[in-house]
Design a protein around this ligand. Structure first.
Ligand code: MG
Length: 259
């Protein structure tokens, strides 16, 4: 991950308003994909649908062209199946099958400001094991958002994710983290999905955070495929990913990517 800004920028309400507009379109795409994602479609179909929807709102895809280790990300959506954790590259030859789980991560830019969210979907009927992983990962996201409050510490968010995942017997990915977001996709602070409550940066009103638990059924270790983008679990176990962009406000927080 690349943090171009080395300090945490709080956003004005005018800036948060732009991020709310971007975030809403991210949320709408993820909501509409529930109807699209079925056995037999390709990961490229998911990308095409997302691109078309974002363009129909006169906005820009936020991930297209993001710098990587060797070449920029080539698509609108990151689409990651089963043991793929994040950064799956859409392809016409990757076909979803019943029983798969598929994570879709989307970024949108409106007037120079980003929204970023992700969701993992069941494809047709999935096993109880897979279904429980999705449930717990989404729960970890919402549990952690409860701690995204002015006066709390960043570690309160991280710890809520880790606690929820590990109490269910799962592990949290260590090598990839959530992040601040605004005029850049990845801003400070990095937000690990593990950590100690009561530690780390103090949260203040105006911070906007992309909180994104990545949770594996097996071990926490991951590796990168030869395409220099896609991250998979080292032990081949299933992985899920849920994310929202969240603004910390005077008296609570607001999920900017929720529909
Ligand atoms: Mg993100």
């Amino acid at each position: 991950m690349f943090f171009k800004k080395h300090n945490i920028e709080t956003k004005t309400s005018a800036e948060i308003n732009k991020m709310r507009i971007a975030g809403r379109v991210v949320g709408e795409v993820l909501e509409k994909l529930v109807q699209i994602i079925k056995p037999g479609i390709s990961t490229k179909d998911i990308d095409k649908f997302s691109e078309k929807y974002i363009k129909s709102k006169n906005m820009l895809p936020g991930f297209l062209g993001v710098e990587g280790t060797t070449y920029p990300f080539p698509a609108t959506a990151c689409v990651s199946i089963n043991d793929e954790v994040v950064h799956g590259i859409p392809s016409a030859s990757r076909i979803l099958r019943a029983g798969d789980i598929v994570s879709v991560d989307i970024g949108v830019i409106y007037d120079g400001y980003y929204g970023d969210a992700a969701k993992t979907y069941p494809v047709g009927n999935v096993s109880d094991t897979a279904s429980n992983l999705l449930k717990i990962t989404e729960m970890a996201l919402y549990e952690s958002i409860k701690f995204a409050l002015s006066g709390n510490r960043l570690g309160d968010i991280s710890n809520a994710i880790q606690r929820t995942a590990e109490n269910a017997g799962y592990s949290v990915v260590r090598d990839f983290v959530g992040h601040g977001i605004g005029r850049e996709l990845h801003e400070d602070p990095p937000i690990p999905n593990f950590g100690q409550a009561g530690t780390g940066v103090k949260l203040v009103s105006g911070m906007v955070l992309a909180i994104e638990p990545m949770i594996n059924i097996g071990g926490y270790k991951v590796e990168m495929l030869d395409n220099d983008w896609t991250i998979v679990t080292k032990d081949g176990s299933l992985s899920a990913h849920f994310e929202h962009t969240v603004a910390i406000t005077e008296n609570g927080n607001e999920i900017l990517t929720k529909v």
